[in-house]
Design a binder for this molecule. Structure first.
Ligand code: XMP
Length: 327
């Protein structure tokens, strides 16, 4: 059965058994809705789209066409993980588009944060639409809409981020199999579908990706410094048992340099800024008190392993007055 709204009396999907029951019901409903036709999905590798992909693969197999657009602003290892999990392990019909050059060319020299976001969002839709046009016989568009998205758009808090965006002439019937679920329920379903923990319990990651963590005009070398320092931070947090405990943590590399010294020589390089916050709903946030010895290890690794970084700073600002992201 396809629900338009979350039933008032619906039991929260918190256990593997409840997740299996939800999956069985949805698989049946999806098969009935889709029949022999084809479904298209923009697969970012985020929790919601990954769970939708896994659910549709279970229901209709290779009738689902997943498009993973790499905009060049993903975290280290992300596109590889999408290919590994979906193409290699789940035998998905996956189209991988490396559009990094195209995005970075469009973004070259652009410093205004809102313009950067517009360019990234607009280009994403363009690349996705181009891929969709190459395909024949697609009748459905799957989306990772979840229940809070619907509630927030109804309450006028934010536009439903999944809705629309494609050119007028591209009309598909929507398939939104997790739209009555809360985030924790989507994770429970993802786990039951066999997705790896690193995907199911991923920290939030903004659509414009590392682009908003590279303040000012994005350059390839600074973007690489953000990617590498972020990977080190994630690795050290995981080793220290903080993965899944701290709500969101990442690095930012601002576009100014300071004087430092490396190997006895002057090193005029960027600082990397660490952000690590806890929050309930992302409207306000507090700073995680990172233990001093862990911080020392992180500073040591980032300054020695990441080209172009000679200092590490910690952003101690709660939200408000800072936002979580820097742009
Ligand atoms: P801020 O910076 O507004 O971030 O305090 C709150 C939360 O939202 C995430 N964020 C985004 N997520 N698209 C997204 O999907 C975006 O454009 C975007 N901007 C911020 C941010 O990472 C944090 O979790």
């Amino acid at each position: 059965m396809i629900y338009e709204r979350r039933p008032e009396d619906m039991t929260r999907v918190t256990t593997p058994e409840l997740a299996e029951a939800f999956i069985a019901e949805q698989v049946e409903a999806l098969r009935e809705q889709i029949g022999e036709k084809k479904v298209l999905l923009a697969l970012s590798g985020g929790v919601d789209s990954s769970v939708v992909a896994a659910l549709l693969i279970r229901a209709v197999g290779r009738q689902l066409v997943c498009v993973h657009v790499n905009h060049g602003l993903l975290r280290k290892g992300e596109p590889e993980q999408v290919i590994q999990v979906f193409r290699n392990e789940m035998d998905a019909n996956l189209i991988y588009v490396d559009a990094s050059d195209r995005f970075l060319e469009k973004l070259a020299g652009v410093t205004d944060p809102e313009r950067k976001r517009m360019i990234i969002g607009g280009e994403f839709i363009e690349v996705f639409a181009e891929e969709a046009r190459k395909l024949d016989g697609i009748e459905f568009l799957a989306q990772g809409t979840i229940w809070p998205d619907i509630l927030e758009s109804e309450r006028g808090i934010k536009a439903h981020h999944n809705a629309g965006g494609l050119p007028e002439d591209m009309k598909f019937e929507l398939v939104e199999p997790v739209k009555i679920l809360f985030k924790d329920e989507v994770r429970a379903v993802g786990k039951a579908l066999g997705l790896p923990d690193s995907m199911v319990y991923r920290q939030p990651f903004p659509g414009p990706g590392l682009g908003v963590r590279c303040p000012g005009a994005i350059t390839r070398d600074r973007l690489e410094a953000v990617r590498e320092s972020d990977a080190i931070l994630r690795e050290e947090f995981a080793k220290a048992g903080l993965e899944g405990k701290v709500w969101q943590y990442f690095t930012i590399v601002p576009d100014f340099k300071t004087t430092g010294v490396k190997d006895g020589k002057r090193a005029f390089e960027w600082p990397a800024v660490i952000r690590a916050v806890n929050t309930r709903d992302a409207m306000t946030a507090t700073v995680e008190p990172i233990p001093f010895d862990l911080m020392n290890r992180i500073v040591d690794r980032i300054t020695h392993e990441v080209p172009g970084i000679n200092r590490v700073l910690y952003d101690y600002t709660p939200k408000p007055t800072g936002t979580i992201e820097w742009e």
